[in-house]
Design a protein around this ligand. Structure first.
Ligand code: C2E
Ligand code: MG
Ligand code: MG
Ligand code: MG
Length: 292
């Protein structure tokens, strides 16, 4: 009967939810273990000055060296980290590891460009965040401008009360602030003015169709114009082809980040690129690694 079917559906759904939350708990437990046992590591992707190919900065991107699955991307484990609150200790680890790496590179190769760290909404809402960032800088003997934080527009506006205070504390120390995935959130031009933003990162979705769709050029062009007028750096994310690069160059975009210049690489493989200081765009977009 329909009633039985309804009950069966209900039973099926709850059983499935049980499985899902058990899976989630498994992931959570192994992620906690990963943090404690050193399975998390950072990769670094260069940001390149379009005019001359010099490296203008790096973005740190987390990876999980999973014992069975190999190197796992953040899309597969950050949601669980955020739901469970594990993102807080993980985020603190990332901050300390980035500051430690910056200090090491300063000593070894005279690093002089900032390294950016992604901060999720859960982290940004935590009132301990500014203190953690300042402590990580102090621990590793950094001034402040060596570090940039990347937040999305929605993170800023969903935390309006704390946003101003947090950004002020970081600004006082010279930490740079980038708006990540710009154009995909609740873009309101008022906070470009209201908050101390240094960098706009044009989301990859606006770069994707640049070549095939002339209409798709109007948003990056507008963001570049706006950023330039406000004295901000503008980074195009997800640049994969020479054609995209040429269009961005025509639009007078400062900086590009994407597979065309290099995939995110572990610190040891990033170091020689940094030491050279200049990157050439790859001939083909399919190269797995710069220089490989
Ligand atoms: P995001 O900050 O927007 O980072 C850019 C993403 O685009 C990275 O994915 C990067 O590997 C990828 N990417 C770069 N160039 C290209 C390209 O040319 N083509 C394509 N298709 N992709 C490109 P990834 O490393 O998987 O990171 C995904 C997201 O996870 C990041 O997006 C960021 O929101 C988050 N994330 C990464 N690391 C951390 C972290 O340490 N802490 C926090 N809270 N979030 C992180
Ligand atoms: Mg980012
Ligand atoms: Mg982004
Ligand atoms: Mg993103």
């Amino acid at each position: 009967s329909a009633k039985d079917a309804g009950r069966d559906t209900h039973r099926f759904v709850t059983a499935e939810m049980g499985t899902r939350s058990r899976e989630r708990l498994d992931v959570e437990a192994s992620l906690r273990h990963a943090l404690e046992s050193g399975q998390l590591f950072l990769t670094y992707q260069p940001q390149v000055r379009i005019a001359d190919g010099t490296i203008a900065g790096l973005e740190a991107l987390i990876r999980w060296r999973h014992p069975e699955n190999g190197a796992m991307l953040p899309g597969r484990f950050l949601p669980v980290a955020e739901e469970s609150g594990l993102i807080l200790p993980i985020g603190e680890w990332v901050l300390n590891e980035v500051c430690r790496q910056i200090r090491e590179w300063q000593g070894r190769i005279g690093l002089s460009v900032p390294v950016a760290v992604n901060i999720s909404g859960v982290q940004f809402r935590d009132s301990r965040l500014p203190g953690q960032i300042l402590a990580a800088l102090d621990t590793h003997g950094l001034k402040g401008p060596e570090l940039e934080i990347e937040v999305t527009e929605s993170v800023l506006i969903h935390n309006l009360d704390s946003t101003a205070a947090t950004l002020r504390a970081l600004k006082q120390r010279g930490v740079l602030v980038a708006l990540d995935d710009f154009g995909t959130g609740y873009s309101s031009l008022s906070y470009l003015h209201r908050f101390p933003i240094d960098t706009l990162k044009i989301d990859r979705s606006f770069i994707l169709n640049l070549e095939s769709d002339p209409m798709a050029r109007s948003i990056p062009r507008a963001v570049i114009g706006l950023g330039t007028a406000l004295g901000l750096s503008v980074v195009a994310e997800g640049v994969e082809t020479p054609g995209q690069l040429a269009l961005l160059s025509e639009m007078k975009c400062d900086l590009a980040q994407g597979y065309l210049f290099g995939r995110p690489l572990p610190a040891a493989e990033t170091e020689p690129l940094l030491a050279a200081g200049v990157l050439r765009p790859a001939e083909r977009q399919t190269l797995p690694h710069i220089g490989a």
